[in-house]
Design a protein around this ligand. Sequence first.
Ligand SMILES: Cc1cc2nc3c(=O)[nH]c(=O)nc-3n(C[C@H](O)[C@H](O)[C@H](O)COP(=O)(O)OP(=O)(O)OC[C@H]3O[C@@H](n4cnc5c(N)ncnc54)[C@H](O)[C@@H]3O)c2cc1C
Length: 392
Amino acid sequence: MAASCAAARGLSVLVLEKQPYAGAKFCYSGMGAAPVSNTKIDVSRFHGRNARFVSDALAALPLPELRKWFADAGLQLEDAPYYGIVQAPGGGGEVIEALGQHLESWHDSQHVTGIERAADGFVVTRESDTPLKAKAVVLATGAANLPQLGGSNDGCRIAQSLGHSIEAETAALVPISVAEDWVTKIPGVWMDVGLQVMHGKRSLANSVGSMLFTGSGLTGEVVFNVSRVIEPALSAGAELELAVNFHPNLSSEDVAQWMFRVFGERSREPVDRTIDHILPARLGIELLRRQKVKRGARVMQMDERQREGLLREMLDTRLKIRGTLGLRAAEGVSGGVNVREVDPRTFESKLVPNLFMVGQLLDVQGDWGGFEQHFSLASGWLAGHSVLKNSD
Ligand SMILES: Cc1cc2nc3c(=O)[nH]c(=O)nc-3n(C[C@H](O)[C@H](O)[C@H](O)COP(=O)(O)OP(=O)(O)OC[C@H]3O[C@@H](n4cnc5c(N)ncnc54)[C@H](O)[C@@H]3O)c2cc1C
């Protein structure tokens, strides 16, 4: 986006991409949906101490303007029928093509190894080619997640070599593993839940949305959205729990009434069968087992304590967090270039004139489902309109 906007202004632009195909990581994102934005894009979907840093970028290129930008480039974005995702009808490749429309020079398989300041700009060194001179540089190298798809901390290393400070990168938008074995025994169970990461009585992050049980733990929108706080807290020695509410859209009184009504109407039925009126059956059976309800027992054989225990589990199951699946499985990162050293109106470094830094390289965390992508594109848009502005 930065390159395209700068080229549209008549600047001579060269894109250097280390992968054989630019945009591979983006095309893989959002479970292959390659989200460009989200219909709920808003500053409130960004988190941590730097959340407000994204405001200028989102205001400069709000969703209607982003749609218009792509429409002018010949691509009508569409709203996916799930998660509010905004995407290209034919997938991420169409987005990359639209972004490349103004670019004459797009060089794949060009691994940038360093950037140094020079008399009139920068010298950019490449792994297997001669160094290049540039008046300005936009660093858009993403983050260190998914190294198997090109993710690296090159951008942080280069920014640091130019004097910037870096917040350590840890996995975000990532599946979570928990100590309780039963969680991994019901892979494929999927439902909307309310999820909180608890440190003692303090909630460190919370979200409502879909969660999927897998053979290695928990994943899905809501898990991704709370995962950013886990690695920093665990490495500071905190013991963390997940608090799961399996009926987040009902009050606890409504859930209680519902459960007691269902049990009242089916008191002679096996509880293993009845449970699927209030929970996915495989999950329900695990929660019943935790209440020591025998397989095959009838509803009327459940005692008061077991009913109360099941109700408590439906509203507030506690799971001990072991960790995340790490940077190799993470769709985002927490950490990156310190944004206090970057101007949010232009994305130019406050320390190095004519150096711009955009996207996931910066220490900004957004929710899963197109929020980080929108910020990446909007920050690129601002950088592309600001780079070498005074020499226009
Ligand atoms: C699997 C997956 C799923 C995701 N899902 C979502 C989602 O649902 N919602 C959301 O908002 N965000 C999601 N993200 C994050 C989102 O894709 C990123 O925030 C966004 O793509 C960042 O854009 P970027 O341009 O900053 O970095 P990237 O898209 O990562 O692009 C950086 C590029 O720089 C190249 N590069 C790196 N180092 C060098 C170097 N030294 N020399 C030359 N080139 C280099 C890389 O090869 C890469 O092509 C997901 C990411 C992944 C990987």
